[in-house]
Design a protein around this ligand. Structure first.
Ligand SMILES: [Zn+2]
Length: 257
């Protein structure tokens, strides 16, 4: 079992090898590449990043575009979402990234109907991945706003019923549920490998407002409650994601004695 840490960003292609070396020099062994605004790495640019990450033993992952919605009313929008996620998967596969994280979608009137439509989309993307012979996995994320699809129960059910991967965002769970029930999360996600997002968060009645710097106390609480018999990648998404990741790692190291 291992817990690894890293930030939610790599930056431009031309400095990526240098940045990965910097992360590595701090002991950070995970890096999530933000395709949140666009899929900015082109196929010919992938070998350099892939080989550098491999040489340093850094796990790469990808965050897909924000504007995706597998539960859009219009079929063309659902198709466009699938295409965007698959484009991230294509680059992710070339990078030998572990997962492509994405925000599954919004609710329509009925939560169960929303679930079924999103499940169908997830299955279609997975079939396409299989058809192309890729190893990359897709990971719908637990979401921080109560009116957005992605409670931990919904994401757990998707993983169970489709075999997709998942991203447990503990800050989002706190914002949505106003507390973190670690035992319940462990029961909902019995899988051996966890992809995790974590950072400080400001939230209100309706859930997430924005991410903030992660406090030492927040790190300590998370790290003393995560299950020990798993492989866990913790991606920090705060405005100071590199310093926060280093702090998390250092707190974790101290807890091992
Ligand atoms: Zn996200």
């Amino acid at each position: 079992m291992a817990v690894i840490f890293g930030p939610a960003g790599l930056g431009p292609v031309k400095t990526s090898a240098k940045i990965l070396s910097q992360y590595n020099s701090h002991g950070l062994k995970a890096c999530e590449i933000a395709f949140t605004y666009n899929c900015y790495i082109k196929p010919p640019e992938t070998p350099l990043i892939r080989e550098k990450a491999k040489e340093l033993g850094i796990d790469l992952s990808i965050h897909a575009q924000y504007w995706v919605n597998l539960n859009a009313k219009e079929e063309e929008k659902r198709e466009a979402t699938k295409k965007r996620i698959l484009q991230c998967c294509e680059i992710g596969e070339l990078l030998e990234a572990k997962v492509v994280v994405f925000h599954p979608g919004y609710y329509t009137d009925n939560k169960e109907d929303s679930y079924q439509t999103i499940k169908k989309g997830v299955k279609e993307i997975m079939e396409e991945i299989k058809k192309r012979g890729w190893k990359i996995k897709i990971a719908p994320e637990t979401m921080g706003k109560i009116n957005v699809f992605g409670s931990m129960e919904e994401i757990s059910r998707l993983a169970k019923e489709t075999g997709c991967s998942f991203c447990i965002d503990f800050a989002h769970i706190l914002a949505r549920d106003k507390k973190i029930d670690y035992k319940k999360i462990e029961n909902l996600f019995p899988q051996e490998e966890w992809h995790v997002h974590f950072s400080g968060i400001v939230y209100g009645e309706k859930g997430e407002k924005h991410h903030i710097t992660t406090t030492k106390e927040a790190w300590k609480e998370l790290l003393k409650n995560i299950p020990l018999k798993k492989n866990i990648r913790i991606i920090n998404e705060s405005p100071s994601m590199i310093d926060d990741s280093i702090e998390g790692l250092n707190i974790w190291k101290k807890m091992q004695f």
